[in-house]
Design a protein around this ligand. Structure first.
Ligand code: C2E
Ligand code: MG
Ligand code: MG
Ligand code: MG
Length: 278
């Protein structure tokens, strides 16, 4: 680090910082091995229409289980993979695996759209659109059964390029969602400048007993509606949150109240057990 910062400057030795850096380094070594040894799998979390109970889709979420059986949280390893330049590769694996599963559900008559997270570095790859096209072609999944979730940070690039990429994605029939909406740093102007279908409201805006305010939640739902976008709330854990969302006119929801992320087989069982309301 000292070297990267420009050379022969003297640094105070900080034992805890040193331990932290060693830990990160060890994790990175393990992560590189994991990429080669296929220690990853996907879990799927249902997205529902909270009013009708209909299943709107599932979000594919990446899991890493180390050979010692320990699971590492994506909140830890994804930023690390991103910094280490591993994300375009790992992200392509996720896309392919998510598409393969969407196709498997389609051919067994349990059609459901699969939403896949796309990292900023993956989105910036010049080959990104080609990769998506190749994955559709090789898995045989129609674009309408795929959704790509991008974050505001992925969109912080040349706006003409971003618009071009999103238009090509949409031309394939794929849904484009803006993930963790409200937590990024970008301007709101892209919301109508870009072909986005769906806003995913970050779960930090969900009111709770500790934080009972719903001003921002209500403003975001209103913004999405005013722009003609679909809006989905993530991190819905309680009946109260669901009722508030329905009052605000936000019917789509994802969260532990409905289902945790689970294996494809568990999704099948969960769907089968679901009473259909009208
Ligand atoms: P995200 O895309 O916003 O995904 C939603 C996260 O919220 C997931 O965490 C999910 O398990 C969690 N969640 C869902 N419902 C609830 C709830 O009711 N309560 C609480 N407390 N949490 C809930 P997870 O799986 O740990 O993923 C964390 C983040 O890691 C994701 O946030 C996403 O940014 C990233 N991530 C996961 N998989 C991938 C991937 O394949 N590619 C990329 N680029 N990022 C991924
Ligand atoms: Mg997501
Ligand atoms: Mg999200
Ligand atoms: Mg989030």
């Amino acid at each position: 680090r000292a070297k990267a910062d420009g050379g022969n400057c003297v640094r105070f030795f900080d034992a805890s910082l040193d331990a932290q850096m060693r830990e990160q380094q060890a994790l990175l070594v393990a992560l590189r091995a994991a990429v080669h040894e296929a220690q990853f799998h996907l879990v799927y979390q249902p997205q529902v229409n909270a009013r009708t109970g209909a299943v709107m889709g599932v979000e594919a979420l990446l899991r890493w289980t180390r050979p010692d059986g320990v699971s590492v949280s994506p909140g830890v390893f994804i930023p690390l993979a991103e910094r280490a330049g591993l994300m375009p590769h790992l992200g392509t694996w996720v896309l392919r695996e998510g598409a393969r599963q969407a196709r498997a559900w389609q051919v067994t008559g349990r059609e459901v759209r699969v939403a896949v997270n796309v990292s900023a570095s993956q989105f910036s790859e010049p080959s990104f659109v080609r990769t998506v096209q190749e994955v559709l072609a090789s898995t045989g999944v129609p674009g309408r059964l795929l959704e790509l979730e991008v974050t505001e940070s992925a969109l912080l690039q040349d706006v003409a390029r971003v618009r071009g990429v999103l238009e090509e994605i949409k031309a394939l029939g794929i849904t484009v969602a803006l993930d963790d909406f409200g937590t990024g740093y970008s301007s709101l102007s892209y919301l109508h400048a870009l072909p986005i279908d769906l806003l995913k409201i970050d779960r930090s805006f969900m009111p709770s007993a500790q934080r009972p305010v719903h001003t921002i939640l209500s403003a975001i739902v209103g913004l999405g509606q005013a722009l003609g976008l679909h809006v989905i709330a993530e991190g819905v854990e309680t009946q109260e949150q669901q009722d508030l969302l329905l009052d605000l006119g936000c019917e789509r929801a994802q969260g532990f109240l409905y289902a945790r992320p689970m294996s494809a087989e568990q999704v099948d069982a969960w769907r089968q057990d679901r009473p259909v309301r009208r």
